[in-house]
Write a protein that binds this ligand. Structure first.
Ligand code: F6P
Length: 362
């Protein structure tokens, strides 16, 4: 029986979008706090919103939560299912959102906890508008969710990327090469800028600052003239040159999709052409999403998770659990839906890079 203090007796929990270290820590914190403090039952929903549409769920027991704090990935599975995007009716003429509402009722859910990035929390906001009781948690290695200072997953990805850049230094020096390291981050440059500075990158290219490849080449040649026989170039996967920055979204997306290799390879090729210096590329890819969460991400994911349990008990629905000035708070989901948090051009970390003499491509 739900504790008299709690407005929720039974809730569903799902993880959606790209996986990230800390997801299991968050699941553990929500379910454990909800059970211990309020006697709530948790229902695991498999593979993000797909499991909610298909009714693919299971009861979470205390055994399900053992060992989750340190485990990477998500025990629930995930997907990029977007129930509101180009919805198609099934053989019975039912649309995904209708099926979600049916399953929500059929499984006697009083609320939903949705753990994910921009896309996940946008869907969560739309489900809240449909009358479901929804709480969102901010997960992504990109750190690109507005109105929260930090998403969990980012810190671990920053550790991985920085360690990789550290390692690249030795081979760059040994071979006197330009070494390009491509990092994730989707349309934002947080991972690129932070790992570039932490890893001592000489050049950092991020989506927020369109670059001129000739300017980058010139800076690398200046380094060479000053006796530096190598350069480390950190490229965020969403980085764009000045011409691409003038394209509309659709045109840029098409151009990028038609590019036969990722941006890191293009930058390396262009720099080799412009400087006649050997260049090599390392794309970190999914290493940045793998493995056990850092202690910081375990703490952040746990804080978000315990807070979510209290939001459920208080019936404080339609909110993203967020971190603002070191305080956990709730932000209406509609205020974050459809938005991406890019780095403000006057951000202190951009200032720091410039003060260090790091080339940002402009
Ligand atoms: O959003 C996290 C992220 O890793 C982005 O940094 C990256 O662009 C994207 O997911 C990759 O998506 P997928 O896992 O679908 O290939």
């Amino acid at each position: 029986m739900a504790n008299s203090k709690s407005k929720v007796k039974r809730f569903g929990i799902l993880t959606s979008g790209g996986d990230a270290p800390g997801l299991n820590a968050a699941i553990r914190a929500v379910c454990r706090t909800a059970k211990i403090q309020y006697g709530m039952d948790a229902v695991g929903i498999r593979n993000g919103y797909r499991g909610l549409i298909n009714g693919d769920m299971f009861d979470i027991t205390s055994d399900s939560l053992v060992g989750l704090l340190t485990e990477g990935g998500t025990i629930l599975g995930t997907s990029r299912e977007k129930p509101f995007k180009n919805p198609v009716a099934d053989s019975k003429g039912k649309f995904p959102v209708d099926r979600i509402k049916e399953n929500y009722k059929k499984h006697k859910l009083d609320a939903l906890v949705c753990i994910g990035g921009n896309g996940t929390n946008t869907t969560a906001s739309l489900l809240a508008e449909e009358g479901l009781n929804v709480i969102g948690l901010p997960k992504t290695i990109d750190n690109d969710i507005v109105k929260t200072d930090m998403t969990f997953g980012f810190h671990t990805a920053l550790d991985v990327a920085t360690d990789a850049i550290d390692r690249i230094h030795t081979t760059a020096h040994s071979h006197s090469r330009i070494m390009v390291v491509e990092v994730m981050g989707h349309k934002a440059g947080w991972l690129g800028l932070y790992s570039g500075i932490a890893g001592g990158g000489d050049v950092i290219l991020i989506p927020e600052i369109p670059y001129d490849i000739n300017h980058v080449a010139q800076r690398i040649m200046e380094r060479k003239k000053a006796g530096k026989n190598f350069s480390i170039v950190v490229v965020a996967e969403g980085a764009k040159n000045k011409e691409e920055a003038l394209m509309d979204k659709k045109k840029f997306k098409k151009a990028r999709a038609e590019m036969p290799y990722s941006i890191g390879y293009r930058v390396a090729h262009e720099l080799e052409e412009a400087t006649s210096l050997e260049s090599r590329v390392t794309v970190l890819g999914y290493l940045q999403r793998g493995g056990t969460p850092s202690p910081y991400d375990r703490l952040l994911a746990t804080q978000y998770g315990t807070a979510a349990a209290h939001f459920l008990a208080d019936g404080d629905f339609g909110k993203l659990v967020a971190l603002q000035n070191s305080k956990i708070t709730g932000v209406p989901l509609y205020e974050i839906a459809g938005k991406v948090k890019n780095i403000p051009l006057d951000h202190a970390m951009i200032e720091t890079a410039r003060e260090l003499g790091t080339c940002l491509g402009d």
